[in-house]
Design a protein around this ligand. Structure first.
Ligand code: ADP
Ligand code: MG
Length: 716
């Protein structure tokens, strides 16, 4: 029998002590970025010349002057050592979707029995981890396993504090010997270049002054669950797969909507405060924190940043969340669906572009010209998402996210765009080419094209069911899974948007060359785009059956599972887009397909294996014991009462029936595991679960071998 409720003494939690020692004396502004080798720190550690050269390279994502590498490395080392660092590591993001690091200490022998601390420019710029065990999808067979990591100066180095020391982490990309991308950062950087290039072209043709490089921006909202660590340790499924493979829905869960934005419990706020502080020290601008829809579910969101930085910061946040949770006797679950029947977790990807004029190009501007470029950007995104909806869907495909998409709590697998009533109104007017000047509420702005309608300001409403929603000054892609790296979806958004802008710019440039009326050209162009691609716009409730039907009628793809979605990455249209924009080659795309498919199948397989083991060795034995207990009780009671205990006999029958079913389901699952149908493994796992969850409702709670949903979700 297991202990039902864990005794929690929050007075002993380490986070509390940190609070009084650290933030008691220093404000956030004092310690923000303490552990980051950012521009401010660089200025103190570098010569004028090196600082200037490096900061220019960072600002423009430009080439790095190799002659300053040694000086930068020395400065980084001195700074890191002053923070207690003994080691450095190239920090990278292989296709596992996690981060990777291999540490080297700074020590070199001095020949006199001692050591000196060294860090060379070469070691900073390039590393060669033994990379043979990282997934490459056949790109890099193990016999020629060389891959190397290369310094990405656009994401600053940082110091990670350990329990007894610290490590200097240098964000790097990871490529094969011939430059083939083996990670998630390389295509991200390439796709950022692609969109930056196209946006600059658009600026040029529209006559907008170019003062800087354009770059995509990203703000990633992160959902997660917190549960008590004692419960976690009693659930091998959570430990091994990150989700519960069994568990009966509790009578009370989120029906009352009493958790969302509710007062935050002491222990949870302790975790949040600690997390904020850790991330602020690491220069990650965490901004909001709150309770989410499901009990035990929370969200954290940063201020948006340059996309590359935002992706790195999200990876780091996920890592630090695990560590901080541990300090508080909690476990942070990042899985997309830790609890069946309860809201899953996603990651909202807020995407926009800061143009070469330093302004947000998805924000209606202050003058007619800015509204013109806003409408072009908007239509470019509409065109991009319609043409590559399936590719976008593929970018969020994973075994975990399959449990979530389309389950009436998360956006469906059908990709559509929400514009809101006002913007939709404008789009309709452009489509008609009628040049109507009015717009619904919100006041209007003039647009630089005579017959384009005015734009409403600050009048966007919200639709929480859309997978790709325009929310005022950015698009919000809501289908991303909570455990996923933000890199993949952002690579796809950048690339498809770059592709659409490429075509648009070509048309505008041609018109300009032949001295066509640009206002008319823009108007016609936008009108054509809307006519052709408006089918992807949907402002209604995406959770309804009616939308699924309507989407089908419109010919929008509905890729329900990961294998269906991933196939799209091999589609000739996708290959040609990615090659043209210089983001991924055909070989790289195909290798990614292999890696992601294998990951998917591996997960289904081990979840199936574990479910069979758990049912056979921990759950069914308990149900068996209960039958004996019941049978003996009935026998004794009947012999004394001298009447038949009909209801009790019925209970025994039920338990026996479900137990028998469970044993059969285990056999079926084991048979499926011997075969090679992944789909069969998946459905057999689900079938077993259904029966086990019924048994959980029959067997006495104190002999059930796993903590219940009610305990895990409500006790923190
Ligand atoms: P919402 O309430 O629609 O979720 P918020 O204003 O709370 O919107 O912002 C959600 C996320 O979007 C935050 O991380 C925020 O920094 C980010 N965001 C805001 N503007 C931009 C932008 N221009 N580019 C990228 N992300 C942005
Ligand atoms: Mg959001």
């Amino acid at each position: 029998m297991r202990t039902r409720i864990s005794a929690i003494d929050i007075s002993n939690i380490e986070g509390k002590q940190i609070m009084t020692t650290e933030s008691g004396q220093r404000t956030v502004a004092d310690y923000y970025g303490d552990n980051v080798f950012g521009l401010k720190v660089m200025r103190n550690y570098l010569s004028e010349k090196a600082y200037k050269s490096l900061s220019e390279a960072i600002k423009n994502s430009g080439p790095l002057d190799p002659s300053i590498a040694d000086e930068v490395a020395e400065a980084m080392k001195n700074w890191a050592v002053s923070k207690g660092a003994t080691h450095y590591t190239h920090w990278f993001q292989p296709l596992t979707g996690l981060t990777a690091e291999k540490h080297d200490s700074f020590i070199e022998l001095d020949g006199e029995g001692g050591v000196i601390l060294e860090f060379s420019g070469n070691a900073l710029i390039q590393g060669e981890p033994d990379a043979s065990s990282f997934p490459s999808g056949g790109l890099r067979p193990t016999f020629e396993a060389r891959g190397y990591t290369g310094w990405d100066p656009t994401s600053p180095a940082f110091v990670k504090e350990g329990a007894r020391g610290a490590t200097l982490c240098i964000p790097t990309y990871f490529v094969g010997w011939n430059g083939e991308a083996l990670d998630k950062k390389t295509p991200l950087l390439r796709s950022m270049k692609a969109i930056s290039r196209q946006v600059a072209r658009l600026a040029k043709v529209l006559g907008i002054k170019i003062t800087q490089n354009a770059f995509s921006t990203l703000g990633g909202e992160q959902e997660y669950f917190l549960i008590d660590r004692d419960f976690y340790h009693q659930r091998i499924d959570l430990i091994q797969t990150g989700r519960t493979l069994f568990g009966k829905e509790p009578a009370k869960h989120q029906q009352m909507a009493d958790h969302y934005f509710g007062a935050i419990k002491d222990r949870v706020i302790g975790f949040m405060e600690d997390l904020d502080r850790e991330m602020w020290k690491l220069g990650t601008p965490l901004k909001t924190r709150h309770n989410e829809v499901a009990p035990g579910q929370y969200e954290v969101a940063p201020i948006f940043e340059n996309q590359n930085l935002a992706v790195d910061h999200n990876m780091l946040t996920m890592e630090v969340m695990q560590k901080v949770a541990k300090r508080h006797g909690l476990v942070c679950l990042l899985h997309e669906k830790p609890f069946a029947g309860i809201n899953g977790s996603g990651k909202h990807c807020n995407w926009s572009v800061t143009g070469p004029d330093g302004k947000n190009w998805l924000s209606p501007g202050d003058n007619p010209h800015e509204n013109e470029r806003f409408l072009i950007m908007l239509c470019a995104v509409i065109k991009a998402v319609d043409e590559h909806a399936a590719f976008l869907r593929a970018s969020v495909a994973s075994a975990g996210n399959d449990h979530r998409l389309g389950s009436h709590e998360a956006p469906p697998a059908i990709i559509s765009i929400y514009l809101g009533e006002q913007l939709n109104d404008i789009i309709e007017q452009i489509e008609k080419g009628s040049g109507v000047k009015s717009s619904k509420k919100g006041g209007t702005l003039a647009v630089g094209v005579d017959s384009l309608p005015g734009l409403p300001r600050h009048a966007s409403d919200r639709n929480r069911t859309s997978p790709f929603a325009f929310t005022g000054s950015k698009f919000e892609f809501r289908a991303v899974g909570s455990a996923a790296s933000l890199a993949g979806p952002n690579v796809v958004i950048n690339t498809i948007a770059a592709g659409a802008l490429d075509e648009i710019c070509t048309k505008l440039e041609t018109a300009k060359k032949s001295n066509k009326n640009m206002n008319k050209t823009v108007q016609k162009l936008l009108q054509d785009i809307i006519k052709k691609h408006k089918r992807v716009i949907f402002n209604g409730d995406n959770y309804t059956e009616a939308w699924v039907k309507e989407a089908k009628r419109r010919g929008l793809p509905n890729l329900k599972t990961t294998p269906e979605a991933l196939k799209v990455t091999k589609d000739p249209a996708v290959v040609s887009l990615c090659e043209k924009q210089g983001v991924l080659t055909k070989t790289e795309l195909f290798s990614r397909y292999e890696v992601y498919m294998e990951t998917y199948e591996t997960i289904i397989r081990y979840e199936a294996g574990l479910a069979a083991d758990m049912a056979k060795t921990t759950i069914i034995p308990v149900a068996m014991d209960y039958q004996i207990e019941l049978a003996e009780t009935i026998k004794t009671v009947e012999s004394i009462n001298k009447i038949k205990s009909t209801a009790s006999r019925k209970l025994l029958k039920d338990v026996s029936k479900e137990t028998e079913k469970a044993i059969t389901a285990v056999s079926n699952l084991e048979a499926a595991l011997k075969g090679d149908s992944i789909q069969k493994m998946k459905t057999s796992t689900e079938a077993l679960r259904e029966i086990v969850d019924i048994l959980e409702g029959l067997v006495p709670a104190d002999s059930w071998p796993l903590p219940s949903y009610a305990e895990m979700l409500f006790i923190t």
